[in-house]
Ligand binder design. Structure first.
Ligand SMILES: *Cc1c(COP(=O)(O)O)cnc(C)c1O
Length: 444
């Protein structure tokens, strides 16, 4: 590594004077995607299910599940998965507090409640040791989020679920194609639901999908929100009398331009995220041993991967950098030509929806509308979730393995971390709130 130059924020040269746009452009769209989309338009097939059904079959084949069901977005795929798992009035769902809201909030429209659990400070995913004491006779399911691409500790979580006979819903929106100990994430629990919206690593426009091996979950979700597929093909006996209408009154059908693009994206997806994986691992390998900075990625040799490294973040250890705030750290790295920011999703258990909002006119807060006890979780109750924002920051999301180009980014982080002392005097600390409810969307 070169000698350290003065920090850009203090008047020195930028480590990355001219970022190349092509390094970050996503998804990769070729003439093949364009032709597939145009064909749908020419065929007048925007609404329909023939292309979507092909996409579903290919998607299920890719992940090795019996079924895949396409949705108009990831939020609907989660609602479909919740209903599929039998979640209903008065039930409780356990979900990590730090995640995108759609991992949990669809439960309320089913009359269920959400009980939030801690995240593990290293994986940033649901802490398997913080689940069991939250289980009651009303608990129906655990939602697991492979947060920021990291595969959650599924062995431990599945063991708890099995012991208490709970369903496990994997939210794979951040980790499509990732592996947990050699198994694809999304295929380990009862159902793996995910967003395929344009900003995610598997990006097809607005869209979502779930995969499952369970016919009942699959057909319940169809019956709930796919009206024309709630037809004579339904095999589950108790669903048969109600074919013809969407039982939930929802319409979840995927737009066929999305499914057509999805079929093309799928062909190249593993190869493309393989390159992302190589690039991101190269970046972190170069930073190995730099004080204050730690990769958020599974151990090498664990047979686990980060999938597409969606919204990837790094760990920050302020005590190794003289207590420098993550906010000041990010300002200095950004000044080097690498726009990054501190924090991640705000902890959901502190939002007014989890305390006071009466969404459906129950005359009491929605979270306890059908609950048998007060489920509200006050400030201070989930300390890791409430403080993690001061110890993480976003990273550049490389789409190509170009070592020389990535070296400039490595230099930006290294330069700042190794010269933290020059920043201490100008450090005003972290603001009261870091991150947001719609964190990633705001950043995009
Ligand atoms: C994006 C996202 C969703 C929702 O997906 P949409 O396609 O935006 O509806 C759900 N869960 C997580 C973790 C997400 O990041």
């Amino acid at each position: 590594m070169s000698e350290l130059k003065q920090l850009a924020i203090l008047g020195g040269p930028k480590a990355v004077p001219q970022p190349t746009q092509s390094m970050f452009k996503w998804p990769i769209i070729t003439e093949e995607d364009e032709a597939a989309a145009v064909q749908v338009l020419r065929d007048g097939a925007m609404s329909g299910t023939d292309i979507t059904k092909k996409f579903e079959r290919e998607f299920a084949e890719w992940l090795g599940t019996k079924y895949a069901l396409g949705f108009n977005n990831g939020t609907s795929s989660l609602l479909g998965a919740f209903y599929g798992c039998g979640i209903g009035v008065g039930d409780e769902v356990i979900c990590p507090s730090v995640t995108y809201w759609a991992s949990a909030l669809p439960a309320y429209s089913l009359g269920a409640s959400v009980v939030f659990a801690e995240i593990d400070p290293v994986t940033l995913c649901l802490d398997p040791n913080d689940i069991e004491h939250r289980i009651t006779e009303r608990t129906k399911a655990i939602v697991v989020v492979h947060y920021l691409g990291y595969p959650a500790d599924m062995d431990a979580i599945m063991a708890v679920a099995k012991k208490h006979n709970l369903k496990v819903i994997e939210d794979v929106s951040h980790a499509q194609g990732g592996y947990y100990k050699g198994r694809r994430v999304g295929t380990i629990g009862d159902v793996g639901a995910m967003s395929l919206m344009a900003g995610k690593s598997f990006a097809i426009g607005e869209g979502g999908i779930f995969v499952t091996n369970d016919l009942e979950i699959y057909e319940r979700a169809i019956a709930f929100g796919h009206y024309e597929r709630n037809n004579a093909e339904i095999q589950t006996p108790y669903l048969q009398p109600n074919i013809g209408l969407p039982l939930g009154g929802y319409k979840f059908r995927m737009h066929q331009v999305s499914s057509a693009v999805g079929r093309v994206q799928l062909k190249y997806y593993d190869e493309r995220i393989g390159e992302i994986d190589k690039a991101m691992n190269y970046f972190w390998d170069q930073l190995e041993g730099v004080p204050g900075l730690r990769a958020h990625r599974p151990e090498k040799g664990s047979n686990s991967t980060m999938g597409g490294w969606y919204a990837t973040h790094g760990h920050y250890v302020p005590k190794e950098l003289g207590g420098l705030s993550v906010t000041r750290f990010c300002q200095a790295v950004s000044a080097e030509g690498v726009p990054i920011g501190p924090g991640c999703n705000l902890p959901l258990h502190l939002h007014p929806l989890q305390h006071t909002a009466d969404v459906y006119g129950h005359g009491k807060p929605t979270i306890i509308a059908n609950a048998s006890r007060d489920l509200r979780q006050p400030k201070g109750s989930l300390p890791v979730s409430e403080t993690i924002a001061t110890r993480v920051y976003s990273l550049p999301w490389f789409k190509h393995f170009r070592p020389e180009e990535i070296d400039g980014y490595v230099e930006a982080f290294r330069k700042v971390a190794l010269q933290y002392e020059a920043l201490l005097a100008s450090d005003e600390g972290n603001p009261a709130t870091i991150g947001g409810w719609n964190f990633f969307r705001q950043r995009a």
